[in-house]
Design a protein around this ligand. Structure first.
Ligand code: NAP
Length: 548
């Protein structure tokens, strides 16, 4: 009988990545899998981020799984960009439809994982005192899941209500009649602002760095839209796997300066009118590569902000300056800039006058004092590495992952780390991850891991580890591309700049999906060049017998 504390695979997290990993490894590879999830429901990021206005900013019909054509055909997205509850419903449907729940333990945080070098197994501990072992550890912890709670003096002194967008309560929050302060103007703050403003007596938005936000142009789907999407799903999913960033479209095959001023304006206006990420990934081909092209697009967006916001001083404060468009992850919004025309909304620039202290009645910047009934922190995440490093992961020689990555993360393909055999990191650092439409990146990684485990099983091998040489070469390649990219030109979570003390490195692979997939496929086809295999099922049987 199988040992109830021993698994083939332990998966950490039951969001998009963890659910698909469980499905794939259990249903296709017939492995014994246990998933641990901190939340008391499945969904990961889409379980926790339930703040007002939380909505996906990739479009519903391709921000979803492609592995099951039946699922794609039967699920009906209500509109262009699903709100958090709809994505949470979708992921719950997936959990039920594929009978995943029986292998998921909810309300359980993995606290530690230690590799047993002799047995080629991981020992995993949780905050519910579980200790289990597994041949493989697959982290599905999310790239934007470890909240960044800013370290501002007096955080515990505030007598009103404090909320973090990243850990929003399940019960609806009512801001009616309240004076609300909101700190942070990334995607979360930008989505929450119009919703809170519509309820609150007054909303004060504290902005440290303005963002280039694009209009979402959300709309409900008509039955014709549904029919068209379903009829074209094969083509849509194929495009998401081919394109640079995992969206079902390519940039237009023209450079910004290759067209006349009028044509350029017309194209940019068209992209603006269409809304969403088309502007970023479906516009001029040199947008993110050429400074002049980028500045033209940036100035176009600034002109839209100035057109929208009535008060010229507020408009100017909202206009990003000093970094190229796309260097920070651009948000997508519904009526964000329009919200600053409301009587009950004030924008406060804290770039020069930072928040000094949270007081019992509000907060104080170096310039002024504000009184609130509630403060909302939309201050983001310790991205890409944060959720991994909050687990005490120890590899061979008891080396901590936190120590191995003290100068920044190093991986082979973003999938494995030297010194941490049998651990796979879905959308880990050094893979395109957040620069792709996430479900596309996740499915690619899970499929690659499943192929690799099948390859090992066929040969009776029980240990896989990235060689130092291959990891060094990949880390250097990731760093070289990153240094050449525009991401180094802004302080953002892409480079860890939002977390004090975090090493400043470009965390995702910036070479784009086609190049990345090509490399992953080449590694697989070569018999996993750059990885060493070891162990054997016989040896494991002997070890087990010895233990018994
Ligand atoms: P974010 O982009 O990191 O924004 C955090 C905001 O808080 C920034 O404006 C930041 O200012 C500010 N901030 C952080 N610490 C501060 C401090 N101590 N004092 C004052 N201001 C501070 O975080 P996010 O908005 O949660 O978004 C993170 C990512 O999650 C997005 O880029 C996106 O990839 C994803 N996301 C997606 C969706 C969606 O699909 N709909 C929605 C939300 C988030 P600085 O810019 O100056 O650092």
């Amino acid at each position: 009988m199988a040992d109830q504390y021993d698994f083939d695979v332990v998966v950490v997290g039951a969001g998009f990545a963890g659910l698909y990993a469980l499905y794939k490894l259990r249903n296709d590879l017939n492995m014994r899998v246990r998933v641990y999830e901190t939340g008391d429901g499945v969904g990961g990021t889409w379980y926790w981020n339930r703040y007002p206005g939380a909505r996906c900013d990739s479009e519903s019909y391709y921000y979803c799984y492609s592995f099951s054509p039946e699922l794609a055909q039967e699920w009906k997205w209500s509109g262009r960009y699903p709100e958090q509850p709809e994505i949470e419903r979708y992921l719950n449907h997936v959990a039920d439809r594929f009978d995943l729940r029986r292998d998921i333990q909810l309300s359980t945080r993995v606290t530690a994982a230690t590799f047993d070098d002799a047995a080629n197994r991981w020992e995993i501990q949780t905050d519910r005192n579980d200790t289990v072992t597994a041949r493989y550890l697959v982290t599905a912890v999310g790239c934007l899941s470890a909240p960044n709670m800013p370290d501002i003096p007096g955080m515990d002194d505030f007598e009103g209500d404090v909320y973090f967008t990243a850990t929003w309560p399940r019960e609806p929050v009512n801001f009616t009649g309240k004076r609300v302060g909101l700190v942070g103007t990334g995607s979360s703050g930008i989505q929450a602002t119009p919703e809170i403003a519509a309820q609150a007596a007054h909303l004060t938005v504290f902005q440290r760095t303005p963002n280039f936000s694009l209009p979402a142009r959300h709309r409900a789907f008509l039955s014709e839209d549904q029919a068209k999407i379903k009829a074209n799903y094969d083509e849509i999913f194929a495009l998401t796997r081919e394109s640079f960033a995992g969206f079902p479209f390519h940039p237009i095959d023209r450079k910004t300066m290759s067209v006349t001023t009028d044509e350029r304006r017309e194209i940019l206006e068209g992209l603006w009118a269409e809304g969403g990420f088309k502007f970023l990934w479906g516009g001029f081909i040199d947008l993110l590569r050429d400074d002049e092209a980028n500045e033209i697009a940036s100035e176009f967006i600034r002109s839209k902000i100035r057109e929208t916001v009535n008060d010229p001083q507020t408009a100017e404060l909202l206009c990003p300056q000093g970094y190229p468009y796309g260097a920070k992850r651009p948000p997508i919004d519904t009526d964000y800039y329009e919200t600053f025309n409301r009587e009950n909304v004030t924008l406060v620039d804290i770039s020069e006058a930072p928040i000094e202290v949270i007081t019992p009645t509000g907060l104080r910047t170096t310039m002024a004092e504000y009184e609130f009934d509630a403060i909302v922190f939309a201050t983001g995440f310790d991205a890409i590495t944060g959720a991994l490093l909050r687990i005490d992961i120890r590899g061979t020689g008891d080396v901590r992952l936190a120590d191995a990555w003290s100068d920044g993360p190093r991986t082979l393909l973003g999938l494995q780390v030297t010194g941490f055999p049998n651990m796979f990191t879905i959308t880990g650092p050094g893979s395109p991850s957040v620069l792709l439409n996430m479900p596309v990146a996740i499915e690619h990684h899970v499929d690659w891991i499943a192929d690799c485990l099948e390859y090992m099983r066929e040969r009776g091998w029980t240990r896989i580890e990235a060689t130092e040489e291959a990891q060094d070469a990949w880390a250097e390649h990731v760093a070289d591309l990153g240094e050449q990219s525009l991401f180094v030109r802004a302080n953002s979570w892409y480079v860890g700049a939002n977390i004090p003390g975090k090493p400043r490195v470009v965390l995702p692979y910036t070479g784009g999906q086609p190049m990345y997939r090509e490399r992953c496929t080449a590694v697989k086809d070569s018999g996993y060049e750059g990885f060493v295999f070891g162990g054997s099922l016989d040896q494991n049987a002997m070890l087990a017998a010895k233990k018994a």
